[in-house]
Ligand binder design. Structure first.
Ligand SMILES: NC(=O)c1ccc[n+]([C@@H]2O[C@H](COP(=O)([O-])OP(=O)(O)OC[C@H]3O[C@@H](n4cnc5c(N)ncnc54)[C@H](OP(=O)(O)O)[C@@H]3O)[C@@H](O)[C@H]2O)c1
Length: 279
């Protein structure tokens, strides 16, 4: 199978176009699913303190037998750990649960702008990177105003912003902002989890034209928009098919037809980062 493309951040850090989401992968089955995905060729795994699965993800990475240096393991700092009194320990706890020498990519999970302690959280990640506890640092669910503030106050720009992106919520303006600033976009719920997006006729038509599945069409759409997709898949069948989608090339008209499914109220989880607060 040809390799999926990679996307590069402002500091040269690179991510493969398709990674594995793990929300809902827990316990032994979760560890087995992570190990299977790595065995199938995945090299990027997403996780979070709040998913309560860092232990399983770490066991899956260890059991996979894939060389540690090839795997990028992500986790996220929760809102209740933003303060400078809590963040350093939380970051070390995550690394310890993952049983890694260092976390490859550590993100702030949500900005929680009303709580307004995300600059402290970012400063703690900058410090953890300098101490070698984490390799690369980024954010999730940050709006441009949040991105600009952490860079202004610390001088450090995130390498990644992981945000909700799927055909019902294409976020074209925010993707353009990221591209302009060398921030890699990662799409959460890239398949529009729980919605009917995979049944949309336009996606079925493109799937038929390429002889691929609707999920593969949506993942190829993300790749065409230079966005890393992290679909969660528990079965090896879905994992393989999702990874293979990284090599599918859609033409501009196909990409635009899928983007046109977007709606202003297309968020699936009613969580606007301007107001949403997550502990
Ligand atoms: N940063 C954040 O705030 C945030 C928020 C939400 C999610 N996330 C991350 O993003 C990841 C992905 O998002 P998500 O889990 O919400 O949604 P998603 O990846 O869009 O959808 C997952 C669902 O799609 C199914 N699926 C996977 N591959 C498929 C295929 N080829 N064909 C048909 N169905 C398929 C999965 O079923 P099976 O498991 O049965 O394969 C699962 O039910 C999460 O796991 C998490 O790591 C981050």
């Amino acid at each position: 199978m040809p390799a999926s493309p990679e996307f590069t951040a402002h500091n040269g850090f690179r991510l493969p176009a398709i990674g594995l989401g793990t929300y809902g992968l827990w316990g032994d089955a979760g560890a087995d699913a992570v190990a299977a995905a790595l065995g199938a060729g995945y090299r990027l795994v997403d996780s979070a303190f709040n998913y309560e699965n860092e232990g399983s993800v770490g066991r899956g990475v260890a059991a996979s037998g894939v060389d540690r240096s090839e795997v990028i393991v992500t986790t996220k700092l929760p809102g209740r750990h933003h303060p400078s009194s809590k963040a350093p320990t939380s970051i070390e706890e995550s690394r310890s649960r993952l049983a890694l020498d260092a976390t490859d990519l550590h993100l702030i999970h949500w900005p929680n702008p009303i709580q307004d302690e995300y600059v402290q959280a970012w400063a703690a990640l900058v410090d953890a990177q300098q101490r070698g506890v984490v390799r690369q640092i980024g954010v999730s669910n940050f709006l441009p105003e949040h991105l600009e503030r952490i860079e202004r106050e610390t001088g450090v720009r995130p390498v990644v912003n992981q945000i909700e992106v799927h055909p019902y919520f294409p976020q074209s303006e925010q993707l353009a902002y990221h591209r302009e600033h060398g921030i890699i976009t990662e799409a959460w719920s890239p398949l529009g989890k729980g919605s009917d997006v995979l049944s949309q006729p336009v996606i079925a038509e493109i799937a038929a034209a390429h002889g691929i599945s609707p999920a593969q069409v949506v993942l190829a759409w993300h790749v065409a928009r230079e966005t890393v997709a992290i679909p969660k898949a528990s079965s090896l069948e879905h994992q393989r098919s999702n990874l293979e989608a990284g090599t599918v090339v859609l033409d501009t008209a196909e990409v635009d037809a899928i983007t046109a499914l977007g709606r202003p109220d297309g968020r699936l989880f009613d969580a606007d980062p301007a107001t949403h607060e997550e502990s």
